[in-house]
Write a protein that binds this ligand. Structure first.
Ligand code: IPD
Ligand code: CA
Ligand code: CA
Length: 263
């Protein structure tokens, strides 16, 4: 288990924000909801969670910059550190009473992700990783699945909303992967999807049009669990391109080939 001062700060902030999310999840029908874009909702719970995370992390690590889903970029005086925060990943699930949602916190140092945390307060699943220290689910060390045969693989994915440009292209990718894999899943919280690759529940995962706060933490958690993760073109700059393809070495490469060839 990782017991660094940094991870203590991150877990304390996530547990505090998580208590608020859990309370709001119990009274979801009373929440104020607004729409940011096609299929993209924001609730009072997202905003409260973000405020708590911002306050707690700013107090513990003064000067670090932030990339926050709801409030945008907050420049820090310390230019080498940036937090990437999704205060509630899986808002649609949250609004529908599905307990598949999480807080996601990633920390970049000099542009490299060095720490990641994904916490689902409904189930108390906590996934953490620090660069070079491994990845953990609660106290258990994580390892990606060993399966190499694509025909046996369970593959997770994300569906770009019909209002988004990637929606039509996704159908071709979905058909291509469905024709070869054992089966597919779409759970609706990208941060958790990535942790499911890290723990070997999914053999692979791909999605496009994500944002850095959705994936910063999960990317490190997969890498520290021995997985491979690139963007949908096989390049390493997922935080910029927003697409992601992940798995163990064998499944990652087969999944990448399928989605690149899909038309
Ligand atoms: C969304 C979820 C979903 C993914 C969307 C994301 P949000 O995040 O991660 O799985 O398909 O693209 O925007 O809006 O619930 O934080
Ligand atoms: Ca998200
Ligand atoms: Ca969110």
């Amino acid at each position: 288990m990782i017991r660094s001062a940094l991870m203590n700060v991150m877990t304390a902030a996530a547990l505090k924000a998580g208590r608020g999310l859990k309370r709001d999840f119990g009274e979801v029908e009373n929440l104020q909801v607004s729409v940011k874009g096609p299929g993209d909702f924001v609730t009072a719970a997202d905003r409260k969670s973000e405020k708590t995370l911002f306050e707690e992390l700013s107090k513990a690590r003064p000067g670090y910059g932030f990339v926050l889903e709801e409030s945008g970029i907050v420049e820090g005086t310390d230019k080498s550190h940036t937090w990437y925060i999704d205060p509630l990943d899986g808002t649609t699930n949250f609004l529908h009473g599905l307990p598949i949602f999480a807080i996601s916190i990633g920390l970049a140092r000099e542009g490299q992700i060095v720490a990641g945390l994904v916490y689902n307060p409904a189930t108390e699943d906590m996934y953490i990783a620090e660069k070079g220290q491994g990845a953990y689910h609660n106290n258990r060390r994580l390892r990606v699945a060993a399966r190499r045969n694509f025909g046996d693989a369970l593959i997770g994915c994300g569906v770009p909303h019909p209002g988004k440009k990637g929606h039509v292209g996704f159908r071709a990718e979905f058909a291509a992967v469905m024709a070869r894999a054992s089966n597919l899943r779409r759970l609706g919280a990208a941060a958790i999807d990535l942790c499911y690759v890290a723990q070997g529940s999914y053999d692979g995962f791909w999605e496009r049009e994500l944002q850095p706060w959705d994936i910063a933490a999960g990317i490190l958690i997969i890498k520290e669990a021995g997985g491979y993760v690139t963007d949908a073109d096989g390049n390493p700059d997922m935080l910029t391109t927003g697409s992601i393809c992940a798995g163990n070495e064998a499944i990652h490469s087969q999944l990448l080939t399928l989605i690149r060839a899909a038309k």
